[in-house]
Design a protein around this ligand. Structure first.
Ligand SMILES: [Mn+2]
Length: 321
């Protein structure tokens, strides 16, 4: 695939550029949109660039330009000269598909294997760590500014889980290193964006870790939270977010199961695994799905009952693995 250069697409006639990404935007999605936005502002000042996203996650509002992101998918521009969809295919934006389809030139940059390419110009690299890494291919380092570099660095760091996930490559590190040549406080940025939790999240995490127990000879860690306790402790769905991944960081375990009851009679289970257990198979047996190492399901019943029903599946996999 010949490498795309954004500067070649933004000819003198281009006046309006639309930018969007996937539903439930994350650091890579917001970072790539803002990186492109700052690059256009600096190097193509005749262009009006509009970003459309479903919302901006609280922790990402620290990024310069985040306040310019539009969360309504409407515009006085009927036909954008160029429209970029980043980190998503067009069917997974929260409402940009029609604007994208109407645009004079459609560009799609993504790293999701499942994306067939939604534009006339597609730059899809499935093994790339992040779209922000891909943006460093299509933008010129020497023409970036610090706001662009901050945004792209944020996306690389969040999509690689702090340079941990297997898609992190030597190239990922090389481009991240070049972004660090721009003067910004990367320590404070990453601590805020990736590591900080709200007080409620940390409090919930503490309670849940204290409640968790080991099963199957210490190879599976489980925790349950019933609806009455959620109400009593004022625990929201978002407060439970960090629980299962922290449980999965327990020495000696192969698998972590966290079940809670968002409503009376409804159970949500988050499953994580290390090496041997395919949690997507287990989630599927309970009407859910996901990936080999991270999956989930929502089902009827009580949290404790569902966990008791799931453990034999884990045990069977541990025996076979
Ligand atoms: Mn991504």
């Amino acid at each position: 695939m010949e490498t795309l250069r954004v500067d070649d697409l933004i000819t003198d006639e281009v006046r309006t550029v639309g930018i969007s990404g996937h539903i439930s935007p994350d650091g890579d999605c917001v970072g790539s949109c803002l990186g492109l936005y700052h690059y256009l502002k600096k190097n193509h000042p005749q262009v009006r660039a509009d970003i459309f996203l479903e919302f901006v996650p609280e922790e990402l509002k620290i990024l310069p330009g985040a306040e310019a992101i539009r969360t309504a998918f409407t515009s006085d521009v009927e036909t954008y000269d160029v429209f970029f969809i980043l980190d998503s295919e067009k069917a997974r934006t929260a409402g940009a598909e029609a604007m994208f389809d109407r645009a004079r030139l459609r560009v799609n940059i993504d790293h999701h294997v499942s994306n067939p390419g939604s534009g006339e110009i597609n730059y899809i690299v499935p093994d790339a760590s992040s779209v922000c890494e891909l943006m460093t291919d299509v933008l010129d380092f020497d023409r970036m500014d610090v706001s662009c570099a901050m945004a792209l660095y944020t996306g690389i760091v969040t999509d690689t889980g702090l340079f941990r996930y297997s898609a992190t490559s030597p190239k990922t590190m090389r481009v991240a290193a070049r972004l660090l040549e721009f003067p910004f406080d990367f320590s404070a940025l990453i601590e805020h964006v990736e590591l900080e939790r709200t007080f409620s999240q940390n409090r919930t995490l503490g309670m849940m870790l204290a409640d968790s127990r080991l099963e199957l000879d210490g190879r599976c860690i489980v925790c349950t939270l019933d609806h009455a306790r959620m109400q009593k402790e004022k625990i929201s769905h978002a407060d439970t977010d960090p629980v299962v991944s922290q449980m999965n960081l327990t020495t000696g375990i192969e698998c972590a199961l966290f079940a809670y009851e968002p409503e009376e009679g409804t159970v949500k289970v988050s499953l994580r695994s290390k090496k041997t257990v395919d949690v997507s198979e287990i989630a599927k047996a309970f009407g859910g799905g996901g990936h080999i190492r991270a999956a989930g399901c929502t089902t009827k019943g009580r949290a404790t009952e569902i966990i008791a029903q799931m453990l034999p599946y884990v045990e069977a996999q541990l025996k076979n693995g």
